[in-house]
Design a protein around this ligand. Structure first.
Ligand code: G3H
Ligand code: 13P
Ligand code: ZN
Length: 324
């Protein structure tokens, strides 16, 4: 079955990014894989009156099932209207790796797709991205491309090392492909172990010099930051306290993300922090109530913790609260 995103109540990223750029904040892109995460993202963003990008990787889409996903999202938007102010919502494919996947998402209600050709040589990346842009733009769907490779594990794309974005390539890439936003590599990485630090050592700064040079070369163009979880210490501590083992987990310091959000960065991707919040809450329940076996009794508190985290991020890190 095919769906057009506007019939589901979704919007593309155009106005959202324009307003974010003009007002110095970033739109949150939260990943989800299941109903509780979707509910938490929507409730957290409605309660903080933030625009939001609901983000799904190819594997998350398969986990949910491609036929179920558009109905879940439509239902979530109806729920948003019932519980509060209508907020602008985008449904976005995260790290799409083929045209077929991107096109299939566009045909089933996505209002934005990422085509991640960053691991290909430049010309191949341009070719792949351009093909998706042509299909997407004829349907008013937004496209995010990527230049530079983040360290860590990306969905279906794994990279041991990071290659910073080369500022001298961005104009050519944006001009040739026609993308609507560009993900860059300036020192973030995916997952909960972003840096290997010695005891007492602080995480290194993101390469704001590269970001500034990119801004100079493509003024006003929406930039995307992947791998932007802060790996919130309270959740890592809670996980370790209640039977987990996440030694040396470390993320991007909040202050650096605040700085990025004030710049040309219009979209900030957060997946790991959401996973940590839910896992911490579930571990606590399991440790404190070993007899509990009703999923609502541990998934419910996990959902509540995620709502709390999302409101905090929107209000205190991204600056998107009150912008819907
Ligand atoms: O950048 C990748 C996202 O965190 C999605 O991860 O492939 O496990 O859904 P996933
Ligand atoms: P984190 O692993 O830092 O949450 O990054 C998520 C991401 O970039 C999804 O595309
Ligand atoms: Zn990513």
């Amino acid at each position: 079955m095919t769906f057009k995103y506007s019939d589901l109540g979704l919007v593309n990223t155009k106005n959202l990014f324009q307003r974010a750029a003009e007002n110095g904040y970033a739109v949150p892109a939260y990943n989800f894989n299941n109903m509780e995460q979707l509910q938490a993202i929507v409730v957290g963003c409605v309660e903080s009156r933030s625009p939001v990008i609901l983000q799904v990787s190819g594997s998350a889409r398969n986990y949910i099932h491609p036929d179920l996903l558009p109905h879940m999202v439509r239902g979530a938007l109806e729920m948003a209207r019932t519980i509060g102010t209508a907020i602008p919502v985008v449904l976005h494919l995260d790290h799409g790796d083929t045209c077929e996947l991107a096109h299939s998402c566009i045909d089933t209600g996505f209002s934005s797709v990422m085509i991640d050709g960053s691991h290909h040589p430049f010309d191949e990346n341009v070719k792949l991205t351009k093909e998706v842009v042509e299909y997407a733009h004829s349907r008013d769907v937004s496209v995010e491309g990527e230049l530079g490779v983040l360290a860590g594990i990306e969905d279906q794309v794994s990279s041991e090392v990071s290659h910073y974005t080369k500022p001298e390539e961005v104009e050519k890439f944006v001009g040739r492909t026609g993308v609507d936003s560009l993900a860059i590599s300036i020192g973030t990485s995916h997952g909960a172990y972003k840096f290997k630090l010695k005891p007492g050592e602080e995480p290194p700064s993101l390469r704001f010099d590269l970001l500034e040079e990119i801004e100079r070369r493509i003024p006003g163009f929406p930039i995307v930051l992947h791998g932007a979880s802060t790996v919130m210490a309270q959740y890592v501590e809670m996980i370790n306290k209640f039977g987990g083992r996440m030694d040396d987990a470390v993320g991007i310091p909040e202050e650096q993300l605040r700085r990025a959000a004030r710049s040309a960065v219009c979209k900030i991707n957060i997946d790991s922090d959401g996973r940590l919040a839910m896992t911490a809450a579930i571990r606590r329940i399991f440790a404190e109530k070993p007899g509990e076996f009703d999923p609502r009794k541990y998934l419910g508190p996990a959902r509540d913790e995620l709502i709390k985290m999302i409101k905090y991020k929107n209000e205190h890190v991204l600056g998107s609260a009150g912008r819907a």
